[in-house]
Design a protein around this ligand. Structure first.
Ligand code: ACO
Length: 357
């Protein structure tokens, strides 16, 4: 029975179309100065009419599978974290499973912005107990379809995109070392879409009242987020037997630069240990962390042996955090050096498996 679950593949996809803050100024009463100073956001990507949560997911997933050196048929589980699925049902994961030629269980996971880390912790259970060898975990949102573009307090914040990882069974120490998930459903109205579920089915009136779009009490969510980001990260670190000092890179949910800065301060992290890309994507909810992970890898900030801390908060309210020791090879000379220093084996996952045979 395998003990460890390691990220062996990763991929991301964002729609081509970009909406800058100047574009937002043309839609609602706002300014680049307000958006930048309050949130850190400069632009966000917006899906084309023919793009959906499943098409974005499939593009990100194909990259992740290729990097892991496996095919869809090798997957034992698919989880898609999203609040902007193609349909209320069937699940987006069903559509992804078919497109990838996978023959495994597939389901959607709904914990808003915390969904990707929730899903990672679920996939880990399947791997750690030996029932699955490779799991695909996707975070995806097409929030442009559920955001009210007449509400300046929310529409400037959100963007579309997808990120995916393959989590694989491994005998090599590392991978997902600790996590935490949390929920407080006392105030669902702090961030929600009121209409469209069994509580308030859509009627002409609810649609006229724009209750089929995201509504948010921004400052309440802000206060919750600044508190929970630090405590959740500390809890996951403690579960891994670590402290914030042991983190090599902090990859927080990208909702607001000021929230990221408050969490980093609480964790006493210098800015070079904190990954930020909110300026380019806005808040892509469940997709934000896997997209940030992919970009951190591209920028050479992730290397075998590195300890990554990831934390998110979201509607619900929900929160989640995870600690991952990176084990997959990332081909740069500097990384080989750092990996050797950390005593970590390199080579693709498939190559490592061959060595073990
Ligand atoms: N442009 C200009 N002015 C604006 C805009 C805008 N886009 N939006 C709001 N304002 C105005 C408000 O109307 C208000 O004006 P008033 O004082 O005349 O009433 C003023 O700016 C201040 O509004 P606040 O809400 O107090 O501004 P705040 O500093 O709290 O920043 C923000 C607002 C950015 C939304 C912040 O509260 C925030 O980031 N909250 C957390 C939101 C979040 O992260 N949500 C995602 C959760 S994750 C998920 O699951 C999707």
């Amino acid at each position: 029975m395998s003990q460890y679950s390691a990220i062996t593949g990763w991929g991301m996809y964002v729609p081509e179309k970009v909406m800058t803050n100047a574009d937002m100024e043309r839609i609602v009463e706002t300014s680049d100065e307000w958006i930048t100073s309050r949130t850190g956001i400069k632009q966000r990507h917006v899906a084309a009419p023919n793009e959906t949560a499943s098409t974005l997911s499939i593009a990100a997933a194909r990259q992740a599978l290729e990097r892991a050196g496996i095919e869809g048929k090798d997957l034992g589980l698919i989880i898609v974290a999203t609040v902007s699925a193609d349909y209320p049902f069937p699940s987006t994961a069903n559509l992804v499973q078919h497109a990838l030629g996978a023959q495994c269980g597939a389901f959607d996971m709904q914990a808003a912005c915390s969904g990707f880390l929730y899903s990672l912790s679920i996939a880990h259970q399947f791997i750690a107990n030996g029932s699955v060898k490779h799991a695909l975990v996707i975070g995806v949102e097409v929030l442009s379809r559920v955001v009210d573009y007449t509400d300046r307090a929310t529409c400037v914040l959100f963007g579309d995109g997808a990120g995916a990882v393959v989590l694989s069974a491994s005998d090599q120490p590392g991978g997902l070392l600790g996590f935490t998930i949390g929920s407080d459903g006392a105030r669902p109205d702090l961030l929600w879409i009121p209409t469209g579920g069994s509580a308030e089915p859509a009627t002409e009136q609810t649609i006229r009242d724009r209750r089929n779009f995201v509504q948010m009490q921004g400052s309440e969510v802000f206060k919750f987020a600044t508190r929970v980001m630090g405590t959740a990260m500390e809890e996951a670190l403690a579960n891994a037997g670590m402290t914030a000092d042991d983190m090599d890179l902090f990859i927080p949910h990208q909702a607001n630069l000021r929230i990221i800065e408050a969490a980093s301060k609480r964790l006493n992290l210098p800015s070079e240990k904190v990954f930020v890309n909110i300026q380019d994507y806005g808040n892509t909810s469940a997709a934000a962390i896997p997209i940030a992970l992919c970009e951190a890898i591209d920028q050479g900030r992730v290397y075998p042996g590195a300890h990554l801390g990831m934390v998110a908060f979201g509607a619900g309210l929900t929160w989640a955090a995870a600690v991952v020791q990176w084990t997959a090879p990332i081909a740069t000379q500097e990384n080989s050096y750092k990996a050797a220093k950390a005593g970590v084996k390199t080579g693709t996952h498939a190559e490592q498996e061959k060595v073990q045979v």
